[in-house]
Design a protein around this ligand. Structure first.
Ligand code: MTE
Ligand code: MO
Length: 252
C-alpha cells in the first residue's frame, strides 16, 4: 500500500512464530539512507536488539517503489529483529569465507559483473501465503563457490544477515543447485530494503524462511548449524511440500 505521501505503508501480521505468536510491524516509513547499516523500526516496544541499530522514523515520503511492483503487495514483510536494516548499494559487502581457498569480499558491482541467472518461481512461505510468478535475478551460489574454491571437508554453507540476528544454512549439495541464487533483483527490480536488499539469498525449491534477507556473509563449514527458524521448530530441510502438505516436488 502506498500512503498519500507515497510512503511505504505495510501493515504486517506476523504469523511466522511456531512457538509464540507475535505481531510485528505497524507503519513502516522508508527513507533513503547514506552509508552504513541503519534500521527503520517497524514499531514501538521493540526488543533491545534494535539498540544495535539507529532507528529512524522519517516523515519524508519514501519512493513507495516496493508497493508499485507487481506482486509486491502479496508478500508479507518479515523481520525477526522488527527492523529494516538499510545498507546503501555502494557500501554493501558480501564476505565469502570459511573453508575456501581464497576468501573474498564482494561488492554489489562485483556480483553484477558475474554471469547472471534469472528465475521465475512462486514464493511460498511455510505459513501458507504464496506469491505466484516472482521474477528473480542474481548469481548462482555455485558460481560464487567455484570462484572462491571450496576446500575438501566443507559440507555445508552458512548464511548470516546484517540484521545481526538471522541465519540460515544449506548442505553443500543443496547450495550447488541451479535454482539457488544470490539475488539482487526480485519482482523484476532491485531487491528493496524491506525485501532484504541490496542482496538476499533465494532458495527456490524451499520455503521462504531459507531465503535469508540482508545477506552479509557466506561461510563454508564442516557441518551447518540450524538457522533462526529451525532453532524455533522448522525443518532444516525446508523443501516445499514437507511441512504443510503441499505436493510440490523439489525441482531443478
Ligand atoms: N533476515 C531475515 N531473513 C528472512 C526473514 C527474516 O525475518 N529475517 N524471514 C524469512 C521468511 S519466514 C520468509 S517467508 C521470507 C519473507 O520474505 P519477504 O519479507 O521479502 O516477504 O523471508 C525470509 N528471510
Ligand atoms: Mo516464512
Amino acid at each position: 500500500m502506498t500512503g498519500k505521501n507515497g510512503e511505504v505503508n505495510e501493515s504486517v501480521e506476523h504469523a511466522e512464530t511456531p512457538s509464540e505468536p507475535k505481531r510485528i510491524g505497524r507503519r513502516l516509513f522508508l527513507s533513503v539512507i547514506g552509508l552504513g547499516v541503519v534500521g527503520v523500526a517497524l514499531g514501538p516496544g521493540l526488543s533491545n536488539i534494535e539498540s544495535k541499530f539507529l532507528n529512524i522514523f522519517s516523515k519524508k515520503p519514501g519512493t513507495g517503489l516496493a508497493s508499485l511492483l507487481p506482486g509486491a503487495s502479496q508478500f508479507r514483510i518479515y523481520s525477526v529483529t522488527n527492523t529494516i536494516p538499510i545498507v546503501a548499494n555502494d557500501a554493501y559487502r558480501l564476505r565469502v569465507g570459511g573453508l575456501v581457498r581464497v576468501p573474498r569480499t564482494l561488492t554489489l558491482a562485483d556480483l553484477m559483473n558475474m554471469p547472471a541467472t534469472s528465475l521465475v518461481k512462486d514464493f511460498q512461505c511455510v505459513t501458507g501465503w504464496r506469491v505466484p510468478n516472482v521474477h528473480w535475478k542474481g548469481v548462482m551460489l555455485r558460481d560464487l563457490l567455484d570462484a572462491v574454491g571450496v576446500e575438501p571437508g566443507a559440507k555445508a554453507v552458512e548464511f548470516a544477515s546484517f540484521d545481526g540476528e538471522y541465519t540460515e544454512s544449506l548442505t553443500l549439495a543443496e547450495a550447488r543447485r541451479a535454482d539457488v541464487i544470490i539475488a539482487y533483483e526480485m519482482l523484476g527490480a532491485p531487491v528493496t530494503p524491506e525485501h532484504g536488499g541490496p542482496v538476499r539469498l533465494y532458495v527456490a525449491p524451499m520455503y521462504g524462511y531459507k531465503s535469508a534477507k540482508w545477506l552479509k556473509s557466506i561461510t563454508l563449514v564442516r557441518a551447518g548449524v540450524p538457522g533462526f527458524w529451525e532453532r524455533n521448530g522448522y525443518d532444516v530441510e525446508g523443501w516445499i511440500g514437507r511441512s504443510n502438505g503441499r505436493t510440490d516436488q523439489p525441482v531443478d
